[in-house]
Design a protein around this ligand. Sequence first.
Ligand SMILES: [Zn+2]
Length: 257
Amino acid sequence: MSKLSLAYIFKQQQLLVDENFQLPEVEQLASDLNIGTGDQVIARDLLEDEPIPQGLQLIPIRQLLQLWNVKEFEQASRAIQLLEWRRNHKFCSHCGTATEVHATEYAMVCPACGYHQYPRVNPCVITVITRGKDEILLAKNARNARQMYGLIAGFVEVGETLEEAVRRETLEEVGIQVKNIQYLASQPWPFPSNLMIAFKAEYAAGELQLQEEEIADAAFFKFDHLPEIPFKGSIAHAMIMHAIHGTAVADDTEAWL
Ligand SMILES: [Zn+2]
């Protein structure tokens, strides 16, 4: 009998879990992507016409963020990103030949020219900006219909330092300058393959001036009069709590074990 593996089975941005939100165990297929280190853990795509196995359900990944702990979510995030990378690199981007899966590394290899395509992450800075002792800058995204106010975030551009990205994004989106930029923590974010890099900064100068395509509204809110903020489990939530209560953004105790 073939060995059973714990399986991350995805259909787009949804994951197959049982009624207790646990991963199912399945027999391994040759096409499965191995993501375990030691344990048997695989990732697989549920095909468009494949039925949902009995007793299992499809749950959006974002919802699992609230149900699972950080470690569990990080592994799911890794699984979804590796699958997406494999799906998007079926051909060599250099010469167009169909690629093959590397036997031991995460690499899609071209049998014609030898070019290796590795998974990539996109660095994205996210900044919590405070003014004085009791004000925080929160902004409402123009493309989000919800009344939720979040933090200033954006992709790092080629040739730019992380601090420059923080300054540029803040200036572009809300027209102000910041100072005392400090690193806080990071979080992999699989929508689709970002690494969120969290900073805190203080207001330095300028009047709020919104970039209309990006920001529908932004203001400095008093700590005790906040609007609706991002959900618990997101790095933005932890950053806002850090600014107000001084709590840790990431649990770094594991580094000591
Ligand atoms: Zn090639």
